[in-house]
Design a protein. Structure first.
Lengths: 265, 251, 271
């Protein structure tokens, strides 16, 4: 089968890469979570890290975020080495990580608050992004009054409002129900088109990865490595409703499943 | 707590460090009220055998066990009944909640005039300290019992007595034990407070004797024994509670 | 609390009245039963030292009207307020420290765990020897009673701050100070507050114990004095008033607590 994909895993020094991961190794005692991993993330695109559980995809994301320190190797964001969390990256958490005692407004503005932005200014920005993610009217609500999907929209608005170049999303839709999830995926596609940001997206759902990604990095466990880079091309410009019927979409999903199948169980 | 990055220190080991500090403070002669730890330890072994200590320990043990016994024997059935009967619950709950947070020390003078300056008043004080939390936990335990368990008992024709002894008690056991553990810790405090205020019985009398004669090492020795026993009792009950906790999750 | 039984159409107005006010009515009934029993027991009398409910309440009214009670409470509340204030400031600071630092946890936790289980009242004779019979000793008694639960609650709450919130803070560039002030403290505050409430409850026990054991002042003085002159009605009235005061105050704190933090207990993680 001919697949429209390019191998570019080992040519990391392309100019238009927003994030580059170079020979990253992360070990916990004797256990190696990541081994000598090299990967690059083109600017303005959405790259998925896809793989079975235990393949180290969340670990890699947290290393890029600067929340975990690699045992060896380095991460470059816009050409600068990562030493910790920075203003060029924003994180969307799997379990939302909202402050339960703070309103939607304060939660969304929290990143700006920590950067010392004045209250009126940060609330104006937050208000804009609250409306942007479709939560207008919920500014004074508290997280426990919202559904899971709405909570993740708050998490997304918080990440957008700090206006970072790179958005790191750790299985952001895994804790919401299936219908909400589909809506989120469509919204995400629009977001990639309209916001000029680089998205790094961790997921364990093959369909989700193929649906939303410009580039999919398939990670395999024991030892953790990048087995394949796939760049879906034919259906990226299609209407959101037609992607799931596109033959290329279906072929890629099948292909990924057949290569991952042996790692299940 | 890790030392040098690899040696794990056991949880309570810092108490040794504090004992050392105590020794240093004691030896420095900084204050008359704190004799060196070693001196207290030596005194401890001398004191333990004395008739005064044995008598105090006996009296305290009798008052403590009698108080706890009444608190359990009265508290658990009352709690279970409250969990079962809505009327009883609504009549009693405000009082139970009130006495749970009330400063019960204020009641000791009443007990003294009603029951005399003796064992009886101390036993009742102990019971009063322990019983409310036992009632409340037994009640909570019964109220969370799975309905189908109750219906199972009824459908198999259990008498009320059978249901009480064979279902409610066992199904509520983890909560009941939790209540008993807290109740016992409170009882330890109650029995000492009772003895201090009545002060002619048990350790209360012993403390009066030592402080009147400025026998500081004796005083600390008795305190050490008392604290160690209280701690041992609460750890023992916590361990017991953990052994039952296994079925709390799988009811 | 909604304990009304539903169903049963066409009930009489009387049943509706009883139905909708049942909890209140039962509370009243319960009060009448207990105070009635007190009255009857006093009239029998079960003991020469057992005044009736009405006698005790009229003594309470008399002491309230002539100001004795207010003067007494001004005295009693002094060590309580000072002791609780010291315990709160010191206890929360220590608890924060223990919760944040593993070394301090190892060093200090055992002391407070032992203190929590131990009958600390036994220290009173020693405190009296060291600090005399004045306010200092009484404040100390309140402190040793109130402090352990405040420290242990604070430390536990700080230790259990949801890890995902702390990680979120770091991802959004929070400094250590930000993490403590904006994430750890607010997340821990419901448990810290309930620790304070329990500490105050223990402080009441300590304050009264101090007045009865060290020197009779304030309410303790009324209790001790009226006992010595066999004015049992006044003695019962004073005890009744201090228990009532403590219970009302602690209930008020509990209400404030649910009012402040009621909404925050839910909504952690992905529920």
């Amino acid at each position: 089968m001919v697949m429209p994909q390019t191998e570019r895993a080992f040519t990391p020094d392309t100019v238009d890469d927003a994030v580059t991961v170079k020979r990253i190794t992360k070990s916990y005692g004797a256990v190696e979570a990541l081994k000598n991993m090299t990967l690059s993330f083109p600017r303005g695109e959405l790259t998925s890290l896809l793989g079975p559980s235990g393949c180290g995809k969340t670990t890699l994301l947290k290393i890029i975020a600067g929340l975990l320190e690699p045992t060896s190797g380095e991460v470059l964001v816009n050409g600068r080495a990562v030493t910790g969390p920075g203003p060029d990256r924003a994180f969307v958490f799997q379990d939302f990580a909202l402050l339960p005692w703070a309103s939607v407004m304060r939660n969304v503005a929290f990143g700006l608050e920590l950067r010392g932005v004045a209250q009126s200014e940060r609330e104006a920005i937050a208000e804009k992004y609250i409306a942007h993610v479709g939560l207008k009217g919920f500014e004074r609500a508290y997280p426990h009054e919202l559904s899971g999907g709405m909570r993740q929209r708050v998490g997304l608005a918080r990440a957008l409002s700090v206006d970072a170049d790179v958005l790191l999303m750790d299985e952001p839709f895994s804790a919401v129900d299936e219908q909400t999830r589909r809506k989120f995926q469509e919204d995400l596609l629009n977001l990639v088109k309209t916001e000029n940001k680089t998205f790094i997206f961790v997921t364990h759902s093959i369909e989700e990865a193929v649906y939303v990604s410009d580039q999919i990095a398939i990670l395999l466990p024991r030892p953790s490595r990048v087995s394949q880079i796939i760049r879906p091309q034919g259906f990226r410009d299609k209407d959101v409703d037609n992607i799931r019927r596109d033959p290329e979409y279906l072929d890629i999903v099948d292909d990924i499943w057949s290569s991952l199948r042996s790692y299940v169980e | 707590m890790l030392v040098l990055g690899k040696y794990r220190l056991p949880g309570m080991s810092s108490l040794l460090l504090w004992a050392l500090l105590w020794e240093i403070v004691g030896r420095s002669g900084l204050t008359f009220f704190v004799p060196p730890f070693s001196e207290v330890c030596v005194t401890l072994f001398n004191v333990i055998g004395t008739p005064a200590f044995v008598k105090a320990l006996q009296e305290t043990a009798v008052a403590f066990f009698a108080g706890v016994f009444f608190a359990i024997v009265i508290g658990i059935p009352v709690g279970i009944l409250m969990g079962k009967s809505r009327l009883l619950d609504e009549l009693l709950l405000p009082w139970v909640n009130m006495f749970l947070s009330a400063p019960l020390t204020a009641l000791v003078p009443v007990l003294m005039v009603l029951f005399g300056f003796g064992m009886q008043a101390i036993i009742i004080t102990t019971t009063l300290f322990a019983i409310w939390i036992i009632i409340l936990n037994a009640r909570a335990g019964v109220m969370q019992i799975n309905r189908s368990l109750v219906e199972m008992a009824r459908s198999f024709g259990a008498t009320p007595m059978d249901a009480f002894v064979k279902i409610y008690f066992w199904a509520a056991l983890p909560e009941i034990l939790g209540g008993v553990r807290i109740g016992v810790i409170r009882a330890v405090k109650g029995v000492i407070i009772g003895q201090l205020l009545i002060s002619i019985v048990g350790f209360g009398a012993l403390f009066e004797l030592y402080s009147a004669n400025f026998l500081m090492a004796h005083f600390w020795a008795v305190l050490l024994v008392l604290f160690a026993m209280a701690f041992a009792v609460s750890e023992l009950l916590a361990a017991l509670e953990r052994r039952v906790a296994y079925y709390a999750a799988s009811r | 609390m909604s304990v009304m039984r539903d169903g049963a159409e066409g009930r009489s107005p009387w049943q509706d009245l009883v139905g909708s006010h049942r909890p209140l009515l039962l509370k009243l009934l319960s009060g009448v039963l207990v105070f009635g029993a007190w009255e009857i027991a006093g009239r029998i009398p079960v003991s020469y030292a057992f005044p009736t409910f009405i006698e005790s309440m009229s003594a309470l009214l008399r002491m309230t009207l002539d100001g004795t009670l207010f003067a007494a409470y001004a005295e009693t509340l002094k060590p309580l307020v000072v002791g609780v204030a010291i315990s709160a400031v010191l206890g929360i600071a220590l608890g924060l420290w223990i919760g944040l630092s593993k070394t301090f946890d190892w060093l200090f936790s055992p002391i407070f765990v032992v203190m929590q289980a131990a009958p600390l009242a036994a220290l009173i004779p020693l405190l009296v020897m060291a600090y005399g019979i004045g306010l200092t000793s009484k404040v100390f008694v309140v402190c040793i009673m109130a402090m352990p639960v405040i420290v242990l609650n604070t430390a536990g709450a700080v230790r259990n701050t949801p890890a995902n919130l702390k990680e979120m803070g770091r991802a959004f560039l929070a400094t250590d100070r930000d993490v403590i002030l904006k994430i750890v403290l607010p997340a821990a505050s419901p448990v810290i507050f309930s620790g304070l409430r329990l500490g105050i409850s223990a402080g009441f026990i300590g304050a009264i114990l101090a007045e009865l054991k060290i020197t009779p002042t304030g309410v303790g003085d009324i209790i001790t004095f009226s006992r010595s002159v066999a004015d049992y009605a006044s003695m019962y009235a004073a005890i009744f008033s201090i228990i009532l005061l403590a219970v009302l105050f602690l209930n008020l704190l509990e209400r404030i607590e649910t009012g402040l933090f009621g909404g925050n207990v839910r909504g952690y993680a992905s529920d």
